[in-house]
Design a protein around this ligand. Structure first.
Ligand code: HEC
Length: 304
C-alpha cells in the first residue's frame, strides 16, 4: 500500500510537471504572439487615385469575388458589410470580418491605407491585420489593387455592426509554431513583395492564384486536418496529382466542381470550401490554377 501511494505520488508529481511545463510554454508563446502583434511597421502609405471608369470597377468587382475573395459571404460579405458568421474554430479562436463600407471602418481608412493593407497586411494603426490572408493574396499588380479599392468605394454604405474576432491561446501557439498564419504582417517581406506576371493560363500564373488554397489545403497542398480545428470543420483534401488526390481528374472534372459544386466522386462539396469564389474564376484563372495543380509533385494525403 505504502509503495502504491509512493508510485501514485510520483506519477502525480510528473503530471503536474508536464501540465505546468505545457502551460508555461503556451504562456510564453502567447506572450511572443502579443508582442509581435503590437509591433508598428514603418511601411509608408502610398498616394493612390481611385477611378470611376466602368472597366476598372468591373475588374475590381471580379477580383473581390474571385481570386481575392473579400466579398464572399464568410468574409466581408457581398455588400462589404461584414459578417458575424465567420469561422468559429473553438479554442483556436473565432474570426468575423468587419464592415468595410463607409458606414463603418471604410470611413476611417484612406484609399492609400487600404492599399497598404492589401499589399502588406498592415492596418491603419501600423500593426498587423489578424487572419485576413494577405501573405497569400498580396501579389496582384498595383492597377488591380486600385481597381478593387475603386469598386469597394463605389458600394453603398451598409448599416451593420461588426462581429467579434478573438484569438485563443491555442491559436497563438499554432501561429508561433508556423501552423496557422494569424499574425499576417510578420510573414510578409515588406521590402520585396513578389508580384505575379501578367495573367495567362499557365503554371507560372497559377502558382500565385493557388497560394490562397494553402490556407486550408496546407503548404504542399496535400490536405489533412487543419491544426487545432474542431471536428465540425471538414478535412481539406489532397490537391496534388497523387492517387489519394487529383491523379485521375481531368480539367473538365475540375471545371465541373467549380460550376456545380459536385466532386469527381459524385458527392456535393462541403460548404466550408469557398466555392462561391472559385465559381467566379475566369477561364484564364481556372486554366492557370489547373496547370499549377497538375505540375505539383504527387504526394500522399496529409503530412501538412
Ligand atoms: C476555407 C478552406 C478552403 C480553402 C481556402 C480551399 N479549400 Fe478546397 N477544400 C476544402 C475542404 C474542407 C474540402 C473538402 C470538402 C468535402 O469533403 O466535401 C475541399 C475540397 C477541395 C476539392 C475536392 C477534392 C476531391 O477529391 O473531391 C478541390 C478540387 C479543392 N478543394 C480545390 C481547392 C482549390 C484549387 C483552392 C484554392 C483556389 C481551394 N480548394 C481552397 C477547404 C478549402
Amino acid at each position: 500500500m505504502k509503495m502504491l501511494m509512493r508510485v501514485l505520488g510520483v506519477l502525480g508529481l510528473l503530471l503536474v510537471l508536464v501540465l505546468g511545463t505545457g502551460a508555461s510554454y503556451a504562456g510564453w508563446q502567447a506572450h511572443e504572439f502579443n508582442a509581435s502583434m503590437d509591433r508598428v511597421y514603418a511601411v509608408p502609405v502610398p498616394d493612390i487615385t481611385i477611378s470611376k471608369d466602368p472597366a476598372v470597377l468591373a475588374r475590381g468587382e471580379h477580383l473581390t469575388h474571385s481570386v481575392m475573395p473579400c466579398a464572399v459571404a464568410e468574409c466581408h460579405g457581398g455588400d462589404f458589410g461584414g459578417t458575424s458568421k465567420g469561422p468559429d474554430m473553438g479554442p483556436v479562436g473565432h474570426f468575423n470580418a468587419p464592415n468595410i463600407t463607409t458606414a463603418n471602418l471604410g470611413a476611417a481608412y484612406t484609399d492609400g491605407e487600404v492599399f497598404r493593407l492589401l499589399r502588406h497586411g498592415i492596418k491603419m494603426d501600423g500593426r498587423s491585420v489578424r487572419f485576413m490572408p494577405m501573405q497569400d493574396s498580396n501579389w496582384l499588380p498595383d492597377s488591380d489593387i486600385v481597381a478593387m479599392i475603386s469598386y469597394l468605394r463605389s458600394m453603398p454604405p451598409v448599416d451593420r455592426p461588426n462581429g467579434s474576432t478573438e484569438i485563443g491561446t491555442l491559436g497563438k501557439v499554432l501561429d508561433r509554431r508556423g501552423m496557422m498564419p494569424l499574425d499576417v504582417a510578420r510573414r510578409i517581406d515588406h521590402e520585396h513583395v513578389e508580384l505575379a506576371p501578367a495573367p495567362s493560363p499557365t503554371r507560372d500564373y497559377g502558382r500565385f492564384v493557388g497560394r490562397l488554397c494553402t490556407g486550408c489545403h496546407g503548404q504542399q497542398l496535400t490536405g489533412g486536418p487543419i491544426p487545432g480545428a474542431p471536428p465540425s470543420i471538414p478535412t481539406p483534401l489532397n490537391l496534388t496529382p497523387d492517387k489519394s488526390g487529383l491523379a485521375d481528374w481531368t480539367y473538365e472534372d475540375f471545371a465541373k466542381l467549380l460550376d456545380t459544386g459536385v466532386r469527381k466522386n459524385g458527392k456535393k462539396i462541403d460548404p466550408f470550401m469557398p466555392l462561391a469564389a472559385l465559381a467566379r474564376y475566369d477561364d484564364t484563372e481556372r486554366h492557370a490554377l489547373w496547370a499549377y495543380l497538375q505540375s505539383l509533385p504527387p504526394a500522399p494525403f496529409g503530412n501538412r
